[in-house]
Design a protein around this ligand. Sequence first.
Ligand code: GDP
Ligand code: MG
Length: 685
Amino acid sequence: MLCYSEVMLRKMRNIGIMAHIDAGKTTTTERILFYTGKSHRIGEVDDGEATMDWMEQEQQRGITIQSAATTTYWKGCQVNIIDTPGHVDFTAEVERSLRVLDGAIAIFDAVHGVEPQTETVWRQAQRYQVPCIGYVNKMDRTGADFYFVIEDVRKKLGANTVPLQIPIVTDGSAGNRFEGVIDLIEMKEIRWEGSEGENMAFSPIAAGREAAAKEWREKLIDALSRVSDTVTEKYLAGEELDTALIRTELRKAVLMRQILPMFAGASRRNTGVQPLIDAVSDYLPAPDEALPAVGHHVKKEENITIPCDPKGQPLGLVFKIQNDREAGSLCYVRMYSGSIKPGAAVFNVGKKKRERANRILRMHSNKSEPVDELSAGDIGVVIGMKLAQTGDTIGSEGWPVMLEKMQFPEPVVSVAIEPKTISEQDKLKDILAILSKEDPTFTTRENEETGQLIISGMGELHLDVLVTRILRDFKVSARAGKPQVTYRESIGATAEHSENFSRVIAGKENAAGLGLRVESAQRGTGNKYICAVKSGIIPEEIFNAVGRGINGAFASGIVMGYPCIDIAVTVTDIRYSELTGTEFAFEACASMAFDEACRAASPFLLEPIMAVNLTSPHEFVGEVMSLVTQRGGHVQNMNAKSGIDEIKALAPMAQMFGFMTALRSVSQGRAGFTMEFSHFEKKGR
Ligand code: GDP
Ligand code: MG
């Protein structure tokens, strides 16, 4: 017997919707929210009114950037929809949402089939072993071809596509007309009626379509018998397969990712969406059927799998933070074990601090609703946590388990931003602090010489979106410069330096003296700071001040003020006098000593090298390759797959600005690419 909370768990789905831009993700999501009764009128993407597209600018760009989670209900099943962004610059966002969803709907365009970004997202989903169902949208368009898409997905994505429906397409005076679908399990025709397609009309299969329906049902049963012994036995014994059995066996196959069931529809025409929602509950996993999360026990130093048990110890992942003008930080949390209640203290495992979860909300498309518990498997918003950052694990002190850390790429592109008036400088700094808490992939710093604020992120579009948010959503009037590469700095030799500092401020002398050594550390190991001086009479605060001075100096190197990496600093001598030694003096002295030592240690710049993955139709591959080479790229690997070639290359970020436009123009818009940070390399090699 399952207990109540386990029954609830079985009726829960955490799903994402993945698609190439413009395949109809927003339109389909809107329809799902409408039919599930939570949003009251259908918002059209083209009017910029879609409910899921959270921010004003997303609507204007017509793309979805942030992954908000929306809860809705369908036939007693709770569906949490996690919005996944489709743009290449936001792969970190995609990864982040893949971490917390258990199943996905993959949307394909009925005319275009598999497009480059679908392929990228599909591969990411495979890495996380996410069970999927497929939806062929835009069946109403001229040139729509359901069977072509079935084959295309099979060939390009290697998925075992099995139609559970076939489209009903009739010849009309104005071309082919998509009328509805034939359900191959129920063996009925379905058409959509009512002003918003809210009613489905079922009818027997018309004589002219019977043969095709039989043929495709045969294929469905055949595919099922290949993965299900039960089906094979019944089939061989000549027994009739009842619909319940077909669904149960299909469910098992989808969960094991042996079958990708395919559906057809035209969301824009309000056709085909309800069976897709049925399929979410019929075939996609409940949280306790998904792969269990893996965590690291901090004290025992071992990895453990975490059973999805509402009665277990509390454990959750903060996968997204959004700033709300009224409520403050909205922390989107996926619970993996146990439960949390409003008003209770939660333990931030990484930061080793407790804080209070004042309120817990469930987000619907147009309102939020307070809940009195968030338990294993579920997703909601916690309000009141000030320390939590995207990627943090929350749990309890008694069971210090860290969920796998999310990997965020290094910020490699920056832009200077300057308020139009001095008075807005502080406001701008506050906004940048809020934004960096929401988005761990961007950082901000101040250029010491010019006083300009520099923001750094993963790519051109990423920064463009951030700047637009600052200007439009937060209403600061500021000027942004051109995007530039964020270099790093390091040293190539060992050097020592001894520095003395003395300054009279308000009649009092502030003096410090210290010696240190800088050495180059192995690439990728980060900066290290050691103080080799024994404490003796030197107070704790002075040591701390020296540490602050060194860490501050790491943040901006001596070549061009870029952050330093892979430098090891050892403080070998501290000359302290009780009379004149102050924290201020030691902090300044340490920073100056570091700079001087680095100057003598062959400092150099490091540039970010990007891993570029390209897909190109075979006929354009020559042009695409020469474009990559022109931009200083080195092709690492090429893979030809049925008409589409895959190219992997390494290229310096400095030469990748505007690459998207150039790639489109050499390939008639048909080649695609994704790019992420790979490593730093000494500049000018
Ligand atoms: P997204 O980028 O994947 O979120 O795609 P959208 O939902 O924004 O849709 C992109 C464009 O395709 C919009 O102009 C939609 O109106 C249109 N569209 C979406 N679904 C359909 C459909 O079923 N048929 C047709 N003809 N157009 C559609
Ligand atoms: Mg969209």
